[in-house]
Design a protein around this ligand. Structure first.
Ligand SMILES: O=C(O)c1cccc(C(=O)CC[C@H]2O[C@@H](n3cnc4c(=O)[nH]cnc43)[C@H](O)[C@@H]2O)c1
Length: 262
């Protein structure tokens, strides 16, 4: 299976890359640069040092495992959607479509459920503020008769991935504005009681994946609490380390996942 992993920034992409065994090759697209990591399975006669990285004329004891394309897709839902869509379209036109898209990166966590350094897996990827303010409160665009505000990753995949990584599962919100006050954090939780984390790309990545009928997953490592802004208190390094560790535990699950299994 080919898997597209979309992060916001290169530091997050590189944190994911550190969990993958093979060195990446780079492919330029109009929408960004894909860093390709190919996993291989070695038979008893093929020491890893002798294994070629290309798929052409492989020895019988070497099979090609899943291929991961890592993309720093940009910050925010619109750029993330555009970049992800570009990569999905390029793959489809090349006759090598992706079987799964993963939105990965750091996030703000709602305390106490999602503490700093913890992992969160989305069972719902929700656009938190896509809608309209009315005198009676916020209305999602779906209540206005448009589009969608939530995407659901495959339930069996979320369950297996959470078991393997130790991540908590719940709603991951996508916002265009990072929350900066206790009042806004409380308002978001009132609207989305199952929310564990907020980030800025998941819904955009999921919209692009849905347009290509491709399943999506969102994995986040918590770098800061959702609430009053205190950038100096963000623990980005710890979150990137947690992302690497979590992604390393996730790969066997992705590699054994059968999208057609009921
Ligand atoms: O400065 C750095 O070294 C650095 C390294 C990795 C990532 C960053 C970012 O600033 C990533 C921005 C990205 O993170 C998500 N995020 C993190 N916390 C929150 C939050 O509280 N609310 C919303 N989004 C958050 C988000 O997806 C951003 O795109 C810097």
């Amino acid at each position: 299976m080919r898997i597209l992993v979309a992060t916001a920034v290169p530091a997050e992409r590189d944190a994911v890359a550190r969990a993958l065994p093979a060195p990446g090759t780079e492919t330029r697209l109009p929408a960004g640069t894909l860093h390709r990591h190919r996993t291989t399975t070695h038979g008893p006669d093929t020491p890893p040092s002798a294994a070629p990285l290309t798929t052409g004329s492989q020895p019988a004891s070497l099979t090609t495992g899943p291929e991961y394309d890592l993309l720093a897709a940009g910050v925010g839902p619109a750029l993330a959607a555009a970049s992800t869509s570009g990569a999905l379209t390029a793959a489809a036109l090349a006759g090598r479509p992706y079987g799964l898209v993963v939105s990965a990166g750091i996030a703000g966590g709602f305390l106490p459920e999602a503490p700093l350094g913890s992992l969160v897996l989305a069972d719902e990827i929700t656009a938190a503020d896509l809608g309209a303010e009315t005198p009676d409160g916020f209305l999602p665009v779906t209540d206005l008769g448009f589009g969608t505000v939530t995407h659901h990753p495959p339930r069996d995949l979320v369950r297996a991935a959470a078991t393997a990584t130790g991540a908590r599962t719940g709603t991951v919100l996508t916002v265009s504005t990072v929350t900066g006050s206790a009042e806004r954090a409380a308002a978001l939780r009132a609207l989305h009681p199952r929310a564990l984390a907020e980030a800025m790309e998941g819904f955009g990545v999921a919209e692009a994946a849905a347009a290509h009928s491709t399943p999506v997953l969102e994995l986040r490592a918590v770098s800061n609490p959702v609430g009053p802004r205190d950038r100096a208190a963000w623990r980005i390094g710890d979150a990137l380390t947690a992302l690497t560790t979590g992604f390393g535990k996730l790969t066997p699950v992705l590699e054994s996942w059968d999208p057609y299994e009921p």
